[in-house]
Ligand binder design. Sequence first.
Ligand code: ZN
Length: 136
Amino acid sequence: MKDKDQIAMLREEKRLETFKKWPFNSNTNISKEKMAVAGFYFIGNKKEPDLVKCFICQKELDGWEEEDSAWEEHKKHASYCQFIQLNKSSSEITMQDVQDLDMHRMMNITKQVLSKKIEEFKKQAEKTRELLENCV
Ligand SMILES: [Zn+2]
């Protein structure tokens, strides 16, 4: 997803728009409306038809069941999420909240990219070490 689209996900109605192929109906606690309220947007595909992602903590969740609650699942799997901790509905969220959330969003994305790089670096270091050991 492009950076511009990512930023749009700060808005609940933009998140809701992503749920075009959501497999659950509207009388559950995981309806597309409830998912958007809980901070999720849809990133599903054929293999993972119910995959969603949080716009702040970047947590991805799938395998939803009808008796689940979008907000509770988010809280259970990512209690550290700044959006969960803020615990406000979209009408209560202030401009300041949006700025703070966006800062956390960027920090979380950066952390994710960095930890991926660190993993790659560790793997490369391991390979190099094996090569060196074989030379001795
Ligand atoms: Zn989150």
